[in-house]
Design a protein around this ligand. Structure first.
Ligand code: PLP
Length: 465
């Protein structure tokens, strides 16, 4: 018997879609009772820096989807690259001594784009379909490296509280999100956390950001000594914490971290799932901070989010050992997926042609810094800070002391709702409101975005009075 056609037909309206959504779709990071009460916001299409919802509202996407649509929406050449590759070779695996052209070319291209550290190149790339899988890979890869180096006792990976490294069991363990740990009996053994370099919450009275940066980095040294340096395999960190609320470390933090990892000979993993591909004005963020990672996690904007792809750039220090060490028993069906890699190649070409990293570094990021900083004049805003094309502000009750609102007031979520209604996407992380807009933004787009944010702040303030 044929299925009734109405079951296959698309829902006729946004309301019908919301009902189906609520009945069948288990969403990531979502309270489903709240979702059922309101119905999901249905996004229908997008162009440039704008998205549209099913009610016809045009909204400026201040979050680039989920930190990924760096090249903006509607880039036909990315769709064409996928289409061409699907017709030529939609899939073949890269296991067991087989390869296909797109991942080979992409690995070589990424290796060219990543600046060498201490004269050592990032010669190799391991591909995954997401940032989480890439960080899982890091756990396997780091432990394999130390086994091959004859130091199998080096197992512990140190990370930071409030870091986000993904949602698989290992990636959520690496991350420092306590709510995720509580629900999953995490972290898995062999992962330790230190405090994050969040100046505004953790500074001591009278402490400068510079002094705090050094003190925060030394928490790593203290942890290494507590565990025993001979047991520590690696330190993983985002150059700027993204999902934790755009936590921008003081300038003194990363140099001190580098001194410490060098001193104890542990591997450094720079998780650049958000920070790479122009977001901070460079192809890779380690360049901006002058750090020398051994492994670099990437995902998201490598394809501008058009198709899923992630991976790990492996410095030759590690790659030589792995490649000489026999089989690394790890891989995913879609490691080096030809369509994803073809889209990534087209995306990198587009970014290069439009000089997006350079444009961010020399024009739009300095302009955003100036315009975003002015939001601190709003009565609700305590601190407003940027780094490249990410930015965060703190909603405060008392500007002079940075006194906060009670957590249960959920002012961040109120402000987020006003942002949507006003026509701009901002994300709320507690009382931090954050953005990571598409890199194709012009100065005029930034002006529009700041005006919309100001209006949403006004509406939030009106609610609180
Ligand atoms: N690492 C960082 C720094 C991230 O921000 C994210 C996702 O936001 C991940 C890893 C996980 O990536 P994915 O969601 O693609 O698994």
């Amino acid at each position: 018997m044929n299925a009734p056609t109405d079951r296959l037909a698309p829902p006729s309206s946004a309301r019908a879609l919301q009902a189906l959504d609520s009945a069948h779709f288990l969403h990531p990071f979502t309270d489903h009772q709240a979702l059922a009460a309101k119905g999901a916001r249905v996004i229908t299409h997008a162009e440039g820096i704008w998205i549209w919802d099913a009610d016809g509202h045009r909204i400026l996407d201040g979050m680039s989807g989920l930190w990924c649509v760096n090249a903006g929406y509607g880039r036909r050449e990315l769709a064409d690259a996928a289409h061409r590759q699907m017709l030529t070779l939609p899939f073949y695996n890269t296991f067991f001594q087989t390869t296909t052209e797109p991942p080979v070319r992409l690995a070589a291209r990424l290796s060219e784009l990543a600046p060498p550290v201490d004269g050592r190149r990032f010669t190799h790339v391991f591909f995954t379909s997401s940032g989480s899988e890439a960080n899982d890979t890091n756990v396997r890869l780091v432990r394999r490296y130390w086994d091959l180096m004859g130091q199998p006792q080096r197992k512990v990976i140190i990370s930071r509280w409030n870091a986000y490294h993904g949602s698989t069991v290992a990636a959520a363990s690496l991350g420092g999100m306590r709510a995720m740990h509580e629900q999953g009996d995490l972290p898995i053994p062999g992962i330790e956390h230190i405090q994050q370099p969040y100046y505004w919450d953790l500074r001591e009275s009278g402490e400068t950001p510079e002094a705090f940066g050094v003190r925060a980095a030394r928490w790593l040294e203290e942890k290494i000594l507590e565990i025993g340096p001979e047991k520590v395999a690696a330190f993983i960190a985002e150059p700027v914490q993204g999902a934790g609320g755009v936590i921008i470390p003081p300038a003194t933090y990363w140099p001190e971290i580098q001194r410490i990892v060098d001193r104890y000979g542990i591997l450094l993993i720079s998780d650049e799932v958000i920070c790479a591909f122009g977001r901070l004005g460079h192809w890779f963020a380690y360049e901006k901070f002058g750090i020398k990672p051994d492994l670099v996690t990437f995902a998201k904007a490598v394809t501008s989010g058009y198709v899923p792809l992630g991976g790990v750039l492996v410095n030759e220090r590690v790659a030589q050992v792995l490649c000489a060490g026999g089989e690394f028993t790890h891989g995913y069906t879609y490691s080096g997926h030809p369509v994803a890699c073809a889209v990534a190649l087209a995306n990198l070409e587009l970014m290069e042609r439009e000089a997006l990293p350079q444009r961010v570094r020399e024009d739009t990021a300095p302009y955003l810094a100036q315009r975003f900083a002015a939001l601190a004049d709003h009565p609700l805003v305590g601190v407003a800070e940027t780094c490249g094309m990410v930015a965060g502000l703190i909603l405060v009750r008392d500007k002079a002391t940075l006194g906060r609102f009670p957590e249960e007031w959920a002012v961040g979520m109120t402000c987020r709702a006003h942002c949507f209604d006003t026509g701009v996407v901002m994300r709320a992380v507690g009382d931090r409101m954050i953005i990571a807009p598409p890199l194709i933004m012009t100065r005029a787009d930034i002006d529009t975005m700041i005006d919309l944010i100001w209006r949403a702040l006004d509406a939030t303030l009106a609610d609180l009075q």
